[in-house]
Design a protein around this ligand. Structure first.
Ligand SMILES: [Zn+2]
Length: 123
């Protein structure tokens, strides 16, 4: 039997086009990135919940990596989701943002991998 990692549900959600985060089964607080124990009540029981995918840009930067396969500059955002947890993600290729912009979860592709990304095209 394969060992499940704490973040497997997150990547399975991305494959299905969903933004899932970990929620404590005892106190209900959201936590991201996923981890084994709740920092609020020390419970080790958790479940995943689907977020709306909407959030607000808290900060951003342009990442410029000098080598392949990540040589194209991209916008990385730190955002607060509408549900109240903070995430880091990339904007879809070519999209830029500023602090306070509303963004929406989107699945992007990078060298054949499905990755969690964000877009300013909010539904
Ligand atoms: Zn808890």
């Amino acid at each position: 039997m394969a060992v499940k990692r704490d973040d497997d549900f997150f990547w399975e959600g991305v494959d299905e086009g969903k933004l899932l985060v970990q929620s404590c089964s005892d106190c209900g607080k959201l936590r991201h990135p996923p981890r084994p124990m709740c920092p609020h009540c020390q419970s080790v029981a958790s479940e995943s919940v689907q977020l709306s995918g909407k959030g607000t840009v808290y900060s951003w930067l342009i990442s410029k990596h000098p080598t392949q396969p990540d040589a194209e500059p991209r916008t990385v955002v730190l955002l607060d989701t509408d549900e109240g947890t903070r995430l880091v993600g990339n904007m879809l290729a070519g999209e830029t943002v500023t602090v306070g912009d509303c963004v929406q979860f989107a699945v992007g592709e990078f060298h054949g991998m499905r990755l969690p990304m964000f877009t300013t095209k909010v539904a």
